[in-house]
Each structure stands twice: as C-alpha cells, then as structure tokens.
Design a protein around this ligand. Sequence first.
Ligand SMILES: [Zn+2]
Length: 180
Amino acid sequence: MIIRKKFRFEGAHIVRNCTSQRCRENIHGHSYEVEVFLKSDQLDNGFMVMDFVLLNNVAEFIHSFDHSYTLWDGEAGEVKDAIYRINTRVAEIPVSPSAEGYALLFFFVINLIISKAKLVNGEGNVKLHAVRVHETQSGYAEASAGDLNLVRFTLQDIKFNDGIKREWKDKMWWNQIEAF
Ligand SMILES: [Zn+2]
C-alpha cells in the first residue's frame, strides 16, 4: 500500500544554465509543494503503513528550505558571498535547485531518514516510494529509487547555515543522519 504526505515551503533560487533567461538570470521564488510517498508490504498495529508522526525529521528537513535561499554550490564565488551576506537562511546544495534537482536531493535524504526511522508498532517493510516536487501549480518533478544513479554527491555536500540550524527543534538531528 502507498501513503502520501504533503509538505510546503516558500523558496528562492536561480536555476543557472536553464533555457529560460528569466529563470537563469534572476533571483525569484516559488511556493513549493513536496509530496512524499511511502510504501509498505504490510500494515502496523493501527492499520497504518506508518504513523506520520514518525516523519518529524522529514518535516524538519523540508522546512529547512522555507524562506531560505537555496544556493547551488556551483555558483560563482562573488554570488555566494553576496547571498550569504544578505540572507539569514541559506541552504547550499550540490545540485542546481530545479524541481528535478530538488526531487533527487530530497529523495536521497528522505530515503536515508526513512531507512533509519525507528519503527515500533509492527510496521512492515516501509520504503520511500517517490518524492514529487511541485514548483508551480502545473508542473512537478518526481524522483524514485531508479533515479539514485543520478546522484553525484554525499550528505556532507548539503550545508545548512546557522540561520537555518538555530531554528531546528532538535539541533542534533542532522548530525545523526550524517552519522548513518
Ligand atoms: Zn524558479
């Protein structure tokens, strides 16, 4: 069975090297919707695939991008310096922040979070099925396990600055994920 939880964030970016001049040359924002699909071969004691309360770290991860500037680590040094100077919240990532880039990055990280989640209520073999990132009302990108061969980065290449970290409820959660 498949279940889906939807998250939202308001994010700013530039998508370098894309076809549209507006997107590649201007800082702009989107109201993102992120759909996280989970799959299991059985149901837990409450007849659920997995209680959504177990997705705390997934929520913290996605909300780290809310009202943040998402900075591609391939940006020019002078752009990076300016972004860090004028923003309190910056997430620096190893992929360009297109919907496809987000979907791949989010699948990679959420897959790690889910695979290490402590399941205590008779859940089955719960797996991340897909992550769908809607950048606009009409378009989305979806990543699933078959796309992990596109990953050319590690968790250590994802950097949240102090402005993001100090709003985390559990300051240690990212270190625990990294320790996996
Ligand atoms: Zn955009």
